[in-house]
Design a binder for this molecule. Structure first.
Ligand code: NAP
Length: 256
């Protein structure tokens, strides 16, 4: 008889980046509640430590503090995750940065800083999971958090849009390479979601701008949990025939 809850993740070890805050934090809590053991990664050590109080049962979670813009260090980071929690079934890359930078003021260092975390770290994590030393060999799933900004433009978001559009394209090709190994690769493209990253952007708006941006979302702004639900769907067996896709989770932002 088929599993009555195909969202269950018992026995699977998932690495979640950006787990201290926002979408990554909510995702870590949800995957753990569904039965997964976790390696949670972030550069914010205090944020990671504060997660302990929120896990329904604190076991099966290993914290790893790391700066993911150090791309060369990711292989060693993933090895530490495997040493602590066993081989991995999946990776969810939620760590990301967004800086509003008009092209006039955009500097090479600025766009490379965004590209490193949002895109290159994702590729390195996917490359690491494909290794026999790392991959558990079944139920493989990689989810990258992209953005609607990879599909539509926004003034001041040149570097961010570039990083997310590249992420979507990279994921499609990676999905074809990793399908024979049973590893699925997908992106989720959220609209505006209430998180600390969003609040950073919101602070730059007056009330009229905030309302205009919210009105672009027929269902209003999203919550981190809305994205975490979609991640769980793609990581679990509910997503077992989905690869190379970018799932839009945007309250209708792109429907116009
Ligand atoms: P968030 O609340 O700022 O959480 C991101 C987490 O990633 C933070 O804990 C951050 O640490 C960490 N991080 C950033 N750079 C890192 C690095 N180099 N190494 C390790 N950890 C790092 O952001 P969020 O809103 O949840 O965003 C998560 C993802 O969703 C991002 O990829 C973002 O682009 C995407 N997204 C968000 C929205 C939205 O409206 N919120 C919309 C579309 C897409 P610090 O606090 O130290 O920076």
């Amino acid at each position: 008889m088929a599993d009555l809850n195909p969202l269950r993740l018992d026995g699977r070890h998932i690495l979640v980046t950006g787990a201290s805050s926002g979408i990554g934090r909510r995702t870590a809590l949800m995957l753990h509640a569904l039965g997964a053991s976790l390696s949670v990664v972030d550069r914010d050590e205090a944020g990671l430590a504060s997660l302990d109080a929120e896990f329904c049962a604190g076991n099966g979670v290993a914290r790893q503090v790391a700066d993911l813009s150090d791309i060369a260090g990711i292989e060693e980071l993933v090895s530490r995750c495997v040493a602590a929690g066993g081989k991995l079934h999946g990776v969810v890359h939620c760590a990301g940065i967004q800086e509003i930078m008009p092209v006039r003021t955009l500097q090479i260092d600025g766009w490379r800083r965004i590209f490193a975390v949002n895109t290159e770290a994702a590729l390195m994590l996917g490359k690491c999971l494909s290794s026999k030393k790392v991959y558990a060999g079944h139920h493989g799933s990689i989810v990258f958090i992209s953005s609607v900004m990879g599909m539509v433009g926004s003034a001041g978001a040149v570097a961010y849009s570039m990083s997310k559009a590249a992420l979507d394209g990279m994921a499609r090709s990676l999905s074809l390479e990793l399908a024979p190994r049973g590893i699925r690769v997908n992106c989720i493209a959220p609209g505006f979601v209430r998180t600390p990253l969003f609040e950073q952007t919101e602070r730059l708006w007056d009330e009229a701008t905030r309302k205009a941006v919210e009105d672009l979302h027929p269902l209003g702004f999203g919550e981190a949990e809305d994205v975490a639900h979609a991640v769980a769907f793609l990581v679990a067996d509910t997503g077992r025939w989905i690869t190379g896709s970018t799932l839009v989770v945007d309250g209708g932002y792109l429907a116009r």
